[in-house]
Write a protein that binds this ligand. Structure first.
Ligand SMILES: Cc1cc2nc3c(=O)[nH]c(=O)nc-3n(C[C@H](O)[C@H](O)[C@H](O)COP(=O)(O)O)c2cc1C
Length: 199
């Protein structure tokens, strides 16, 4: 089984990347046979969607094709998204426009939002309402909000990180894995060709 972890910060060495790495480690501990693909959107430098994507030139050649293949072969996704200006980041919205080839289609996704303060609710509300129509990603009913993210450090969290958060994260990761393995058969019986985009 393959899980992709997408870090949707715009900053190199971001808190979202830090959290993505912790989640990768947790996932491997839960199931050491997992194939995990990590995508840091700050590093990948994918441009905003443009009509040039169709030409397959430059970044839309090998770089994008390799990312797209990795996502397409995944059975589930974790999107780690910081709150910027009370919104999901532009990079997180862009990846949903770029993935127009069924990469996310009918696969479970977990949203993990990040804030260095008390924010983090807005990106979840935004992504749950606007990202699924054409991608057909299926956000699972649980999400994680990591507030005071700079204090997040399993084993020696700062005092603003609640004790129960680590257990909660593992519970939700297990849930994602259960959805990912049990939703596999769905994709065999879904015909995307007639209605590739949602209404
Ligand atoms: C452009 C920008 C806008 C931000 N807006 C918010 C916000 O609306 N709410 C919030 O809780 N934090 C906000 N922050 C602070 C982020 O929560 C904090 O920088 C966090 O570490 C960002 O995650 P990152 O390191 O993965 O980019 C903002 C940060 C940036 C750079």
């Amino acid at each position: 089984m393959k899980i992709s972890i997408i870090s949707a910060s715009h900053r190199i060495n971001s808190e979202s990347k830090k959290i993505s790495d912790f989640l990768k480690n947790n996932l491997s501990n839960l199931n050491n046979n997992l194939d995990i693909f990590s995508l840091d959107l700050a590093k990948s430098l994918l441009p905003l969607w443009s009509p040039d994507k169709k030409n397959g030139e430059g970044v839309w050649g090998e770089t994008w094709i390799s990312i797209s293949k990795n996502l397409a072969s995944s059975d589930g996704f974790i999107l780690v998204v910081p709150e910027y200006g009370g919104m999901a980041t532009p990079a997180s919205k862009n990846i949903f426009l770029l993935c127009g080839n069924g990469e996310f289609s009918h696969k479970p996704g977990l949203i993990v939002s990040v804030s260095n303060g008390n924010g983090g609710a807005y990106p979840i509300a935004e992504l749950r309402s606007s990202s699924y129509k054409n991608t057909h990603i299926m956000w699972i009913p649980e999400n994680i909000i990591i507030r005071n993210v700079e204090e997040f450090n399993p084993g020696s969290h700062g005092r603003n990180i609640p004790d129960w958060l680590d257990d909660r994260i593992d519970y939700v990761l297990n849930l994602l894995l259960a959805y990912a393995s049990n939703m596999k058969p769905l994709r065999k019986i879904i015909n995307r060709k007639d209605f590739g985009n949602g209404m």
